[in-house]
Design a protein around this ligand. Sequence first.
Ligand code: SAM
Length: 222
Amino acid sequence: MSRLSPEIIRSHAGQRRKMVDEQLAARGIKDLRVLEAMSQVPRHLFAQESLRHRAYGDHPLPIGENQTISQPYIVGTMTAALGLTGEEKVLEIGTGSGYQTAVVAELARQVFTIERLNNLSRKAQKVLEALHYTNIVFKMFDGTYGWPDQAPFDAILITASAKEIPESLVNQLGEGGKLTAPVGDADEQKLVVLTKTKSRISRRELGACKFVPLIGKYGWRE
Ligand code: SAM
């Protein structure tokens, strides 16, 4: 993955445009910066090579180690909920394939991303480096602790599900910040958005979803 030809990076443009029009814009995602970012980021490069032809379909895909790259609509919904303007310092828990990391890196100043599975983190780093992202910092660790040295964050994205959002992460959200996460039991969750204003937390729900579990000290047991 150290060299990617411009042709490989730019390929699948028609499928990407169709994905944005039919799966995101038509279903109510209005943030033009999110739509533009998702029409640029080459999702096929984050999928396993044998599954590249399905990378722009309306579904999640396996990425190995029993984990998944999320469905495009879910990536778009979670990212749009953060209302990024380009100035933010963002914490992502669950790097996975690195696809959503790339989308957020297009829209924010800096992304700190944590993945507990070393193989996935390494693979994601290779793709993101080959695509020349310079505003992403990686960590291999249990993300339920957050990244206290770098807190507070303007936005936090948790891409694996927990029964409750870990307090440790809510505490690392800055004033005016937003956090989005799937919350619920193992079979079904709701996408939740928290907003911190004057140290008070407001909460709204965006709909049903199904994510792999957030495993760690303040999540599910392995
Ligand atoms: N957003 C990712 C993408 O675009 O490919 C998909 C992430 S996948 C649905 C969830 C990821 O969270 C998995 O890679 C899993 O290993 C990771 N994960 C689960 N618990 C974690 C934890 N405590 N800390 C860091 N990563 C965790």
